[in-house]
Design a protein around this ligand. Structure first.
Ligand SMILES: Cc1cc2nc3c(=O)[nH]c(=O)nc-3n(C[C@H](O)[C@H](O)[C@H](O)COP(=O)(O)OP(=O)(O)OC[C@H]3O[C@@H](n4cnc5c(N)ncnc54)[C@H](O)[C@@H]3O)c2cc1C
Length: 504
């Protein structure tokens, strides 16, 4: 007779603490097998890159280091989820599969649909739990904020790890021989790229504690927009959230305790408010998954932008001739991180100054971000590109941003060494140099650093005129109403609706 067991399926939740599915699965008492799969389909996902698998691999390495015994219950596999679960079901009675709900791209949604069918056919219960207060099946935001606060205030779900009853070694070795992670992949993932911040639950806990107890959040408000200073004064917790090394609830509760005696409550409150934004954006994507491909506001489909591959290419390789833009692109490629404002500047440059559709760059930037979360990335990308209709249009002037946010050009100098010897003013605007000045500094525009690929005075004005005008159309405004009703805590009475709309 077949033996019965439960499975705990780890995905973007690579931690031991505050883990509801793990807690439930252990408490059930049946033999339990943990699995993590490097799934084949990701190689077809244009937003996916090796750095994301690096982050998952090293999060697993950290879990192994912090609790070797519990980690013995987990198998790290490579292949197709459907095949792997079918194989287990062939030999064992799978009573339940425990996991978090995943608010992912279309490919993972298709995978989930296929698996849900398999599990129903085999009579397996798939217990998917809510993550970070993001709710499945919602039609609007009524009471959503209240639910978020309740969720964040509940006790952490701490699994009783010593009670984990591992499943038979025979099954484990069988699965390992068939789907074990290949030496080739292991070799590619083994070394953590040294330019990336450390990943894993241990590093996450250390960063969180340091950030709060050493008051690194001091100046959060002043530095959040600055590309250089934000790298220290922002929390840098985003990769930990992306791979689930921390839950939002852990950080929320720990930060609220810190707030009780904080000498800098304003900064800390500003940081805490972002935790709410995190769930807000993921909820939006959960309810509007087509945002990966299509405009949230369909009226913007009629806004014509001609694809210009050479311009997009210059943006991608950090050769636009605008130092701040190029420094941002090179920094994110090297380190996987960029602060919020500079991400917005990159998107605005692509979509406004170069007048390209957001789809030209969204997957590319997702590949660069070590903290890539589809639920934040796509809604933010669309918002910054100015095509949601409901958000204000921000056509960033990269020179103004450079002078304001990197006044001493510390960030530019770090990422554009070719401008390193120039006086400060020219680091922001190298095209201002006369030919005599260029020869004086042994620098030639077009040879040492590119000429500007567009004139932002013209391109910015063009984008602003068209977008603000377009926004006034009845079609856009009509679609806006539908978006606001669905995605904001707008007053439900239509007569009152226009008076009060709350959104982050
Ligand atoms: C085009 C674009 C794409 C983005 N893509 C991602 C992404 O893939 N993954 C991601 O985590 N963030 C994304 N963001 C949001 C934001 O830039 C990052 O969350 C933030 O820079 C991470 O740095 P931090 O952890 O130091 O943030 P902190 O400022 O310390 O904030 C703490 C946490 O709050 C959340 N948060 C902060 N700002 C935002 C925001 N604007 N929207 C939603 N949540 C926020 C994050 O979870 C963050 O870790 C994107 C922003 C833009 C403009």
């Amino acid at each position: 007779m077949k033996e019965a067991l439960n499975l705990i399926w780890f995905k973007r939740d690579l931690r031991w603490q505050d883990h509801a599915p793990l807690k439930l699965a252990i408490a059930d008492g049946l033999p339990l097998l943990g699995i993590f799969i490097f799934e084949d389909f990701y190689s077809q996902d244009p937003s996916w890159s090796l750095r994301h698998w690096h982050a998952q691999y090293h999060s697993l390495v950290d879990m192994q280091a912090t609790n070797k015994q519990a980690f013995n219950g987990i198998l790290v596999l490579e292949g197709d989820g459907h095949e792997i679960f079918s194989e287990i079901a062939e030999h064992y009675i799978i009573k339940g599969i425990y996991s978090y709900q995943e608010t992912g791209e279309d490919l993972s949604y298709q995978r989930d649909k296929k698996l849900a069918k398999l599990f129903t056919e085999k009579g397996i219960l798939w217990k998917e739990l809510e993550q970070n207060a993001v709710q499945r099946g919602r039609k609007n935001r009524i009471d959503w904020d209240e639910n978020w606060r309740n969720f964040m205030s509940q006790d952490l779900d701490q699994p009783n790890l010593p009670a984990w009853q591992s499943c038979s070694p025979t099954l484990k070795s069988h699965l390992k021989s068939k789907f074990g992670i290949s030496p080739l992949l292991q070799k590619r993932l083994k070394n953590w790229p040294p330019n990336f911040q450390k990943i894993g639950e241990s590093a996450a806990q250390i960063r969180l504690e340091d950030y709060l107890t050493q008051k690194i959040y001091r100046n959060y408000g002043a530095h959040i927009g600055m590309p250089y200073e934000s790298r220290r004064n922002c929390s840098r917790l985003s990769p930990f959230f992306a791979w689930g090394n921390l839950s939002i609830r852990q950080v929320y509760q720990r930060s609220m305790r810190e707030l009780e005696n904080s000498p800098f409550p304003r900064d800390l409150r500003a940081f805490i408010s972002r935790l709410h934004w995190h769930s807000h954006f993921v909820q939006k994507f959960e309810m509007e998954e087509s945002m990966e491909f299509k405009n949230l506001n369909p009226a913007f489909d009629s806004l014509k932008k001609e694809s210009q591959p050479p311009l997009v290419e210059a943006w991608k390789v950090g050769q636009t001739g605008y130092p701040l833009v190029d420094a941002c692109m090179r920094a994110v490629q090297e380190t996987g991180y960029l602060n919020f404002r500079m991400r917005a500047v990159l998107v605005s440059f692509l979509c406004h100054q170069l007048w390209q559709n957001w789809q030209e760059g969204a997957s590319f930037l997702a590949q660069q971000f070590l903290d890539y979360i589809p639920g934040i990335h796509y809604p933010q990308f669309q918002m910054q590109s100015g095509c949601t209709g409901i958000n204000t249009i921000r056509v960033y002037n990269p020179v103004k941003q450079s002078l304001e946010k990197d006044p001493e050009a510390k960030f530019i100098s770090e990422w554009l060494p070719e401008l390193g010897e120039l006086p400060l003013a020219f680091k922001h605007q190298p095209w201002m140099m006369t030919s005599m000045e260029q020869s004086f500094y042994n620098f030639e525009l077009g040879r040492d650093y590119p000429q500007r690929i567009v004139d932002i005075n013209e391109s910015g004005a063009y984008a602003r005129d068209i977008l603000w005008d377009f926004r006034k159309s009845a079609w856009v405004r009509n679609e806006n109403q539908k978006i606001l009703i669905k995605h904001t805590t707008a007053i439900r009475d239509p007569q009152q609706r226009s008076k009060k709309i709350i959104q982050p």
